[in-house]
Write a protein that binds this ligand. Structure first.
Ligand SMILES: Nc1ncnc2c1ncn2[C@@H]1O[C@H](COP(=O)(O)OP(=O)(O)OP(=O)(O)O)[C@@H](O)[C@H]1O
Length: 227
C-alpha cells in the first residue's frame, strides 16, 4: 500500500495575510518523484516554504514526515528539517569553508560527534552525487553544477524521508541541468522521495513524472501527454 509522506487537506498557503494558494489537496507517496510547475509568482516557493516550516500553515490540515504542519511549534522546526533535505536554486553553500566543512557543519549541528562516523557519512553522500574527490575544494573552486551536487549531498546527510528541491536547476545551463537531474533521478531510483519545483519544461519532457501545477491560486495534478 502506498504510504503518504506528505498529505495536505484543504490547505491554504499564505504570505503574511495574503492568500497565495487555496484549497490544496494532495499526497506525495514514498518513492515518488513529483514535479511542481507554475509561472514565476504562482506560489511554488511559498508552497515549499510551508512544507519545511518557513511559513506557517494557517488554514487546513497538513502532515509531512510524521509532523503536523497545522500545529507545528517553532521548536519542532529543526527536527522537521532533519527529516527533509532541502535544496535551493542558489545552492546556499557556506563560501568561507571547504566542501567537507560545509557538510561537517550540518552533521555537527544535528548532533553527530564521532569524527570517523562524520567522515564516513560525508564520503558516502559525496559519492552518491559523484563528488567524492572534491571534499577539499572551496565552493568558489567548483562549477555551478558541482556546487549544486554538493548541496544535494548536504541534503542527504541525515537520511531525509523527503527531498524538497526548489528550482535546483534554475541557475544552471541546459547541459548542467541534465547532469544535476541525472543525480536526482538516480537518488529516486535508489528509493529517495523527491518533490521538485521547476519551470524547465525540457527536463519535464526528458524525465516525465507525476506533475503538480500551481496556477491561479490553486494546485492540481496535470497529466503529461506522451510523445
Ligand atoms: N516575503 C513575502 N512577503 C509577501 N509576499 C510575498 C513574499 N514572498 C513572495 N510573496 C508573494 O507571493 C506570491 C508567490 O511568490 P512565490 O515566490 O511563492 O512564487 P514562485 O512561484 O515560487 O515564483 P518564482 O518562480 O519567482 O520563485 C507572489 O505574488 C509574491 O509577490
Amino acid at each position: 500500500m502506498a504510504t503518504a509522506i506528505l498529505k495536505l487537506q484543504d490547505a491554504s498557503i499564505f504570505q503574511g495575510d495574503n492568500l497565495i494558494i487555496s484549497n490544496v489537496n494532495l499526497e506525495v507517496n514514498r518513492g515518488e518523484f513529483v514535479y511542481l510547475i507554475g509561472k514565476t509568482g504562482s506560489g511554488k516557493s511559498s508552497f515549499m516554504k510551508t512544507l519545511y516550516g518557513d511559513l506557517p500553515l494557517k488554514k487546513g490540515v497538513g502532515k509531512i514526515v510524521e509532523f503536523d504542519l497545522d500545529t507545528l511549534k517553532e521548536k519542532e522546526i529543526p527536527y522537521l528539517r532533519r527529516k527533509l533535505g532541502v535544496v535551493f536554486q542558489d545552492f546556499q553553500l557556506l563560501s568561507d569553508r571547504k566542501v567537507y566543512d560545509n557538510l561537517a557543519f550540518v552533521l555537527k549541528a544535528t548532533g553527530w560527534k564521532e569524527k570517523a562516523k562524520i567522515d564516513e557519512r560525508i564520503n558516502e553522500c559525496l559519492e552518491k552525487v559523484g563528488m567524492a574527490s572534491k571534499s577539499y575544494k572551496f565552493p568558489h573552486e567548483l562549477s555551478g553544477g558541482e556546487q549544486q551536487r554538493i548541496a544535494i549531498a548536504r541534503a542527504l546527510l541525515n537520511h531525509p524521508e523527503l527531498i524538497i528541491a526548489d528550482e535546483p536547476t534554475g541557475n544552471l545551463d541546459p547541459q548542467t541541468s541534465v547532469e544535476v537531474m541525472e543525480v536526482l533521478q538516480q537518488l529516486n531510483k535508489n528509493g529517495n522521495t523527491i518533490l521538485m519545483a521547476t519551470h524547465d519544461y525540457a527536463l519535464l519532457l526528458k524525465y516525465p513524472s507525476k506533475t503538480l501545477k500551481c496556477d491561479e491560486s490553486r494546485i492540481f495534478e496535470v497529466v503529461q501527454r506522451k510523445s
